[in-house]
Design a protein. Structure first.
Length: 376
């Protein structure tokens, strides 16, 4: 195979990164398929909801001069027999020799009646922008979900709108995935910002006036921000790829599908296993690691070499808490807190750097992914 055709499905952080690497460092014809014609910095959506400006970069401008082809449309079908991707809107099918599945994840709102219609999913840029507009007149806002995205959203909203009633709904205890020191710091920040917290609370319904909880009580709000979980698209399962119980593509230690060796999966849509069998969590950091590993695996196999497996030994959560505070929590791969926690302004500086690298620099200089991942 002298000039392989590589199709990359999805132009999020991982898709853009691996497409840039493959286009720059192989002789392949690389086509990126994405439903939008712009690159969205999803890690900044909570800032958008809180009224901060967010830049959306044109994918055509981003790919200009790289040799990457852009096909804008929704993927309706992957024909693994013909090795072809079918798109909506009359876009011509994309043929491939190697396929990189990087469709990421999306907000999980279907599990709760009314959530899709009556809440603003922070994982969707358009909905985060709509929440920003709603906050111009809303006197109260409730954030559902107390994971890292929920914490970043509720603290940004509380800081941006100190005259509004801000509430956080947590399914468990606030910060129960953090170390004791990190939890103590989180509680101090939440108290300082005046956020009302409902712990061990499950939402069973959303309506125009707010939320209904499992104990029968109501959490009334003019606006509801939804951060309670993510799910992956059903396309991989529909295609017949081997998937796990969440619908993520099951891949080997080189990010190659265990059922279809011409397909690689990276980011949130992949169940990426490390050498000891543990699965990487969803998130931008692990996603970029998987992109780097898949890039090395693809280029190695094209050159007739045996690729190196994914090597990851630890992880960390970097959570901003407004503009001037945050928590950096080192963790094991299974999410258990470990090591020394850093809090305060140094974390906000680190988070700004992470956002800048992933959202501004890496799309233009994808080699940073390889340097940061140290894969190969």
């Amino acid at each position: 195979m002298t000039t392989p055709r590589i199709a990359v499905l999805g132009a999020g952080y991982t898709g853009v990164s691996i497409a840039g690497l493959l286009a720059k460092r192989t002789g392949a014809t690389v086509t990126v398929v994405n439903e939008r014609d712009r690159f969205v910095e999803r890690m900044r959506n909570h800032q958008l909801a809180a009224g901060r400006r967010q830049r959306h970069l044109s994918l055509r401008d981003l790919f200009d001069g790289t040799g990457i082809r852009l096909a804008v449309g929704r993927v309706t079908r992957i024909d693994t027999g013909e090795r072809s991707v079918q798109l909506s809107g009359g876009v011509a099918p994309i043929d491939y020799d190697i396929l990189v599945y990087a469709l990421g994840s999306q907000a999980e709102t279907d599990a709760v009646p009314g959530a899709a219609e009556h809440t603003y999913a922070i994982g969707v840029a358009e909905r985060a922008g709509q929440l920003r507009e709603r906050m111009r007149t809303a006197a109260s806002v409730t954030v559902v979900g107390a994971g890292p995205t929920g914490l970043e959203t509720v603290t940004d909203l509380a800081e941006a709108y100190p005259d509004r009633a801000v509430r956080l709904i947590a399914r468990g205890m606030l910060g129960d995935y953090l170390s004791e020191r990190a939890r103590d710091h989180l509680h101090r920040v939440i108290d300082r910002l005046g956020v009302q917290v409902s712990e061990n609370a499950a939402v069973v319904k959303a309506d125009a006036g707010g939320l209904v909880l499992a104990d029968g009580s109501r959490a009334d709000a003019d606006a509801v921000a939804w951060t309670a979980g993510f799910r992956v698209p059903g396309l991989a399962r529909e295609t017949g790829l081997a998937v796990d119980e969440q619908g993520r593509v099951v891949v080997d230690a080189t990010l190659r599908s265990v059922s279809h060796p011409e397909i690689y999966a990276i980011g949130d849509a992949a169940a990426a296993h490390t050498g000891d069998g543990r699965v990487l969590r969803m998130g931008c950091g692990p996603g970029q690691l998987s992109a780097a590993c898949a890039y090395h695996a693809i280029t190695a196999r094209l050159a007739g070499r045996t690729p190196a497996p994914l090597r990851v030994t630890n992880d960390a959560l970097c959570v901003s808490l407004g503009r001037r505070d945050g928590i950096l929590q080192p963790t094991d791969l299974d999410g258990r807190p470990r090591g020394r926690v850093i809090t305060g302004r140094p974390v906000t500086a680190l988070k700004r750097l992470v956002l800048s690298v992933n959202g501004r620099l890496t799309p233009r200089y994808p080699g940073l992914v390889v340097a940061g991942a140290r894969q190969g």
